[in-house]
Design a protein around this ligand. Structure first.
Ligand SMILES: Nc1nc2c(ncn2[C@@H]2O[C@H](COP(=O)(O)OP(=O)(O)O)[C@@H](O)[C@H]2O)c(=O)[nH]1
Ligand SMILES: [Mg+2]
Length: 460
């Protein structure tokens, strides 16, 4: 930490949200202690924001200048030297700094040693003398100060009153910030203000901002990749069962639903971990997994296209999916011809056709998850990723999926389902639900789908 390029001191009364702010800035839900009672942070606690594994900004979470009124009085009475920075320095070396004002001295020491001070204000509070004196002390210490207004969306917020007060003190760089949410723009504004107040920080803060952007993009990509993996696993999974009667299909279908549910939770857990959250940060609603058992509709028109039957041939266009499937089973040569003509995916087409033929001969039917459920799963995971991208690491309540957002994502996928999903339908070997899903084709499909989903996940 001592090697960090930039040193930032956080000053503010207890419960103004200092620890919360740090959790969100460094993306660590475990940093410090947050409790809704007085004086949680008694000593100066430090943490750092890393760029490429190196500490770039060291943050010091100070307990604030508790008795700022008395301290200011004490410093004013001493009268010497004239220069306030020197006077503060003298005080810090004095006996009083060890005894009477030990707590205040601890914070003041951090303040004078840092490049920027972030003064955290709970704007629900009245503009009182203790704040004025504390701010006066900060101004006298001649450090660049950014007043950070917290609890800005509370009905009791006195945003304007505080801003006016700060301006009168000569503090123009104030900024509203909600540490419970992760807001890329607000973060950028904070760093821009730091840059404006201390030009020496221009370059390193540029690196910090670029790194945060990269991190966000990386998270978006990783989230999209996790979702792609889940969707291919689920779409491709169609275990064949012997269809004696409808009743006999009930158990396998229930089992399939349970497997898919578990697979979704696995994906969500991985996503939470990637974003630096844990399972308690997400409160998922139950999902209804609609399964079907039907060899005909299993092969939708879209997937038939991937088997080499094009609408131009007049078969798929004029026939129902079921009829086309029967044609396939009965006339393997058609598929073979089509498959050899295809540059990509010839093998999986062949495999899918022979698999269907085998199933048919054995009197088996595939059970599978319906498209509606597949899209619902996609929408749920996209909404989760979206929510996590906006979630601050100081957030208190577990995330619940936003119903409007969920509906929007579902609608967008349903309108234009990524083509890879139809391909996955007829490629059971792609499903990791049976065993390890490997292979170059699957990998290519996954990357394809990842890119499509990443574009959907355009939050900012
Ligand atoms: N609603 C709301 N709660 C906040 C906000 N900032 C902090 N809190 C809560 O306020 C309490 C005190 O926050 P904490 O970070 O521990 O303050 P500190 O004592 O200054 O470190 C915690 O319960 C936080 O969850 C905010 O902007 N909005
Ligand atoms: Mg604290």
């Amino acid at each position: 930490m001592s090697t960090a390029v930039i040193k930032v001191a956080l000053v503010g009364h207890t419960n103004t949200g200092k620890t919360s702010l740090l959790r969100t800035l460094i993306r660590d839900t475990q940093f410090g202690e947050i409790a809704n009672r007085a004086s949680t942070t008694r000593h100066v606690e430090g943490t750092a924001l890393l760029v490429d594994g190196q500490p770039m900004i060291a943050f010091y979470d100070t307990p604030g200048l508790e008795d700022s009124i008395s301290l200011l009085e004490h410093l004013e009475q001493s009268g010497e030297p004239q220069d306030w920075v020197a006077r503060i320095e003298q005080f810090l070396n004095s006996e009083d700094a060890q005894q009477t004002f030990a707590q205040e001295a601890k914070s003041l020491r951090q303040i004078v040693a840092c490049d920027v001070v972030i003064y955290v204000i709970d704007v629900r509070e009245q503009v009182l003398g203790k704040y004025r004196d504390e701010l006066t002390l900060l101004i006298r210490s001649a450090r660049p100060v950014i007043p950070l207004l917290n609890f800005i969306d509370s009905p009791a917020a006195r945003n304007e009153q505080w801003r006016q007060h700060l301006i009168r003190l000569g503090l123009h760089a104030s900024l509203g910030f909600n540490p419970l949410i992760s807001d890329a723009q607000a973060e950028r504004r904070l760093f821009e203000k730091m840059r404006a107040l201390n030009d020496g920080l221009y370059e390193p803060l540029g690196q910090v901002m670029a790194d945060l952007d990269q991190r966000r993009n990386r998270l978006r990509r990783v989230a999209a990749d996790l979702i792609a993996d889940l969707l291919i696993d689920v779409a491709a999974y169609a275990p064949p069962v012997t269809q004696d009667n409808a009743q006999a299909l009930e158990d396998p279908r229930r089992e399939l639903a349970a497997q898919v549910r578990e697979r979704e939770w696995h994906s969500a857990s991985e996503m939470l971990k990637t974003f630096g959250f844990n399972q308690g940060d997400y409160a998922p609603e139950d999902v209804f997994i609609h399964t079907a058992a039907d060899g005909h509709t299993w092969l939708t028109l879209a997937s038939l296209k991937h088997l080499g039957i094009r609408s131009s041939s007049g078969i798929a266009a004029g026939a129902s999916a079921g009829l086309a499937a029967d044609l396939l089973v009965g006339g393997l040569s058609l598929g073979v011809g089509a498959a050899t003509g295809a540059a990509l995916g010839g093998m999986y087409r062949l495999r899918a056709q022979s698999r269907l033929l085998m199933m048919h001969l054995r009197g088996q039917t595939p059970i599978y998850v319906s498209n509606a459920t597949l899209y619902q799963l996609a929408a749920r995971q996209l909404t989760l990723a979206d929510g996590l991208l906006r979630r601050g690491h100081a957030a208190v309540h577990p995330l619940r999926l936003d119903a409007t957002l969920l509906e929007q994502y579902r609608h967008r996928i349903e309108l234009a389902p990524p083509e890879v999903l139809a391909q996955a339908r007829v490629t059971p070997s792609w499903s990791g639900l049976i065993g390890p899903a490997l292979g170059r084709e699957r990998e290519a499909a996954r990357q394809h789908l990842t890119t499509a989903l990443e574009q959907l996940l355009d939050t900012e």
